[in-house]
Design a protein around this ligand. Structure first.
Ligand SMILES: NC(=O)c1ccc[n+]([C@@H]2O[C@H](COP(=O)([O-])OP(=O)(O)OC[C@H]3O[C@@H](n4cnc5c(N)ncnc54)[C@H](OP(=O)(O)O)[C@@H]3O)[C@@H](O)[C@H]2O)c1
Length: 274
């Protein structure tokens, strides 16, 4: 396991590389700084024009909240700082409407240096009220992806997409690309991440594990079950010590054929609904 050390100078280099203003190869770095360059440097590049990273923070027993819905502070302070760095490297941060309604997250960059990404909520039936905090806060571009004609405030952009059982994650990414949003962070919750993962659209999956046990409550990723371990997805994974939390950085092929990775996806699809 590599321990990362995100010093101000290495973070400045990563942000500059993200803006095509510097390289990541030169420089005299400590081993922790080099680990940071490796971890975040991959996110400064795109594959086929887009970078799509998902991140989830969970407990040792794989939970993202208590049964009563308390989801604050699952990640330790360094896990939270990592999340804010991912936001700073993204053009857009995407969440599902359940997270928007439940957590009312700000989705801003506060624990790292960097710009606020555009906030994108996938809200197929228009459940998110127009006075939700993340729509009202004008410190970033705000976008709602919906399948209905619900009117939104003038300064909130609407992407109207058709819906079958789900809105196609590929169409969501194409629409974001059309708005110039090429570095995308899928921040949760588990249902939303699973849609992009099972469609083979994630470049990387970050699972940050914090050392606490919750015992009950919603689990993180909600992917379709595989019948036997031989069919489980086993991404190439690097492990990083963030400080308070441990990060599993999983590399995923940009567009693997879904029938290879998820042979039971179609049959098991309804199990994703919670
Ligand atoms: N620990 C973490 O890192 C973290 C991060 C984020 C959230 N959370 C926690 O996760 C929980 C919520 O997560 P969740 O998995 O239950 O829900 P979620 O992913 O936040 O939201 C899922 C909902 O978003 C809509 N949606 C997402 N993708 C869609 C698509 N492709 N097509 C159509 N609709 C789509 C659907 O809305 P409809 O239901 O309207 O159809 C879906 O039910 C909360 O407890 C929150 O605190 C934890």
């Amino acid at each position: 396991m590599e321990l990362i050390d995100v010093t101000p100078r290495v973070w400045a280099r990563i942000l500059a590389a993200r803006n095509d203003e510097a390289c990541l190869c030169c420089g005299d770095w400590s081993s922790g700084e080099r680990a940071a360059l490796t971890l975040y440097g991959g996110m400064t590049r795109t594959v086929s024009g887009q970078s799509v990273v998902a991140q989830i923070g969970q407990s040792l027993d794989g939970r993202v909240a208590t049964e009563s819905g308390d989801a604050q502070d699952i990640s330790g302070k360094d896990g939270l700082a990592h999340l804010h760095r991912l936001r700073a490297l993204a053009d857009a941060v995407v969440i599902g409407v359940k997270t928007a309604l439940h957590d009312n997250p700000r989705l801003t960059v506060r624990l790292a240096k960097g710009r606020n990404p555009a906030r994108v909520v996938i809200d197929p039936t228009g459940r998110l009220p127009n006075d939700a905090g993340l729509l009202r806060d004008e410190s970033a571009r705000r976008i709602v992806i919906q399948a209905v004609d619900k009117p939104r405030p003038d300064d909130v952009e609407v992407i109207r997409l058709p819906r079958g059982e789900w809105i196609s994650p590929a169409q969501i990414l194409a629409a974001l690309r059309g708005l110039g949003l090429n570095h995308v962070l899928i921040e949760g919750g588990g249902i939303t991440i699973a849609q992009f993962l099972e469609a083979g659209l994630l470049t990387r999956l970050h699972v940050a594990v914090a050392p606490l046990l919750i015992g009950a409550g919603p689990t993180g990723l909600k992917t379709s079950p595989v019948p036997c371990l031989a069919e489980a997805l086993r991404p190439k994974t690097e492990v990083y010590g963030l400080g308070s939390d441990v990060l599993f950085d999983c590399a995923l092929a940009p567009e693997p054929p879904a029938q290879v990775l998820w042979p039971h996806r179609v049959r098991e699809r309804p199990a994703l609904r919670h």
